[in-house]
Design a protein around this ligand. Structure first.
Ligand code: PMP
Length: 360
């Protein structure tokens, strides 16, 4: 069997070991005579699966006991509305607009309540993070929303990035969650759609400080109320059981690798290979300021016009797929999530060099 080099931005490549385990357990999960897909979510088998999934995530990320972990649906996009519905409590919230995803979050929140933009890098085409003094936070805001990895623009909030303190921080970590250790206590709420670094699409994870629960706008649908979801252990209705099982296998895989510090080292190496290849070439260009370049999503353009389609077609011949950039920015994008093997990155870098030698 040939596995393709899959640079998809999401749904994305999953660890081969995880897929193999899921295959082996597909028809009969641990001798119970049925698939995880066929189990009651309230049976003891699945209750064990979801409990272990949560325990492993808590261990990997160092999530303290005063945070709830919710397994929800509707993608990160539903969170764009669900967050203000739960946290605004009649106040206003701040948004930092640093790329397509935070812009979408900001727009959606405007439908739901009062929000304001506390800083935007749109004038610089979303190619950087903020400099000192550029963020204008409202000290009375219910929260400040940030997207810590802009999947389309390739801008990541690293430890050195400026982020205001004083207001609860809410972070969309969809495209870099679990890629490195983070200090969870710095955030009031972290959320992520599963389909990049967690598992298959259909599951959304929300990690929320418990003292923020219970402020939901009156009359919101029960299913959207974090407090009710937390009270019911994300089992108010049928959760996405297979997605939770797969996420659990991914968490076990990360633990076997040595946790987030270990995967961070691999991610630094993988991203470094591509950024170095771009730096060493005259054909490729990454528009993002070096200090905030993403380790997960690397957009790049070809400086010579008219070559994009040839690049994509020739990449495909080498088994390199999903390399086309998002239509809003054009060019290419290499999404190199946790599960993408190092040899896929090496294959891309070799291809980029060969392509430049022929067409550059
Ligand atoms: N936020 C970010 C940073 C994303 O990358 C994406 C999806 N690419 C979303 C939100 C939207 O996620 P979903 O499709 O799960 O709603």
């Amino acid at each position: 069997m040939e596995r393709i080099h899959n640079f998809s931005a999401g749904p994305a490549v999953l660890p081969l070991e995880v897929l193999e385990q899921a295959r082996d357990e597909l028809l009969d999960w641990q001798g119970c005579g049925m698939s995880v897909m066929e189990m009651s979510h309230r049976g003891k088998e699945f209750m064990g699966i979801i409990a272990r999934c949560e325990t492993d995530l808590r261990e990997l990320m160092g999530i303290p006991a005063n945070y709830k972990v919710l397994f929800l649906q509707g993608g990160a996009t539903l969170q764009f509305a669900q967050i203000p519905l739960n946290l605004l409590a009649g106040r206003s919230a701040d948004y930092l607009v640093t790329g397509s995803w935070s812009k979408k979050a900001y727009k959606e929140a405007q439908r739901v309540g009062t929000v304001r933009c506390a800083g935007s890098t749109e004038n610089d085409k979303f190619t950087r993070w903020f400099n000192a003094g550029e963020i204008d936070p409202d000290p009375n805001a219910a929260y400040l929303h940030v997207c810590t990895n802009e999947t389309i623009h390739g801008v990541e909030v690293h430890d050195s990035a400026i982020l205001p303190d004083g207001v609860p921080l809410v972070a969309d970590m969809s495209s870099h969650i679990l890629s490195r250790p983070i200090d969870v206590t710095r955030y009031a709420l972290i959320y992520a759609g599963a389909q990049k670094n967690i598992g298959p699409a259909g599951l959304t994870i929300v990690i929320v400080r418990a003292d923020l629960l219970g402020r939901a706008a009156p009359g919101i649908p029960t299913l959207l109320d974090y407090a009710v979801q937390a009270e019911h252990g994300s089992m108010l209705n049928t959760p996405p059981t297979y997605g939770i099982y797969m996420a659990g296998l991914v968490f076990q895989w990360l633990k076997r690798l040595g946790g987030l510090a270990a995967i961070e080292k691999i991610n630094v190496e993988k991203a470094g290979l591509i950024y170095n290849a771009i730096a060493a070439s005259t054909l490729y260009r990454n528009p993002v300021e070096p200090a905030c370049r993403s380790r997960m999503n690397i957009p790049f353009t070809l400086t010579k016009p008219g070559l994009d389609e040839t690049f994509i077609a020739e990449a495909k011949k080498r088994g390199i797929v999903q390399i086309k950039g998002h239509s809003s920015v054009g060019g290419m994008r290499a999404s190199i999530y946790n599960a993408l093997p190092l040899d896929s990155v090496q294959a891309l870098v070799t291809f980029m060099r060969d392509f430049e030698n022929t067409h550059g």
